[in-house]
Write a protein that binds this ligand. Sequence first.
Ligand code: DAT
Ligand code: MG
Length: 154
Amino acid sequence: MSETERTFVMVKPDGVQRGLIGEVVSRFEERGLKMVAGKFMQIDEDLAHEHYGEHEGKPFFEGLVDFITSGPVFAMVWEGQDATRQVRKMMGQTDPAESAPGTIRGDFGLDLGRNVIHGSDHEDPGANEREIDLFFDDEELVDYERIDETWLYE
Ligand code: DAT
Ligand code: MG
């Protein structure tokens, strides 16, 4: 059985401007994932470089940094069984044009550079914990039980 884990998720500036925070949060809530942290914030240049460090040097890097710092984002931590991989599945492919309908990017995006949401890479071990640490202090993560947990997990 998969382990309970925490993963970092963010509604990007396009998603915020388009009024999609509630929609994104609803999807994860309804799936049974538990929000354990949330922060409405503006990403500065340094944080953008650190967060997207793996893409430094790629042709789209500067555009990506400009975009992610262009307006507020809603950063979150979601907890649940196999949370990182399940969130990625719900997000769809990196390119919204290749994302299946029913996924967040497939339902709300059309362009690679405006893909609404970020989620930790489940194929990069430790990415979830690294990104959570980058955006949140330990005391901003809240431990609690959701009332439906006994009905979500066997
Ligand atoms: P993901 O966000 O699905 O984890 P990624 O980590 O490969 O994708 O890239 C980070 C972001 O950079 C992605 O959400 C959109 C942008 N991006 C990736 N590849 C790109 C490309 N070839 N051209 C333009 N933007 C790109
Ligand atoms: Mg990525």
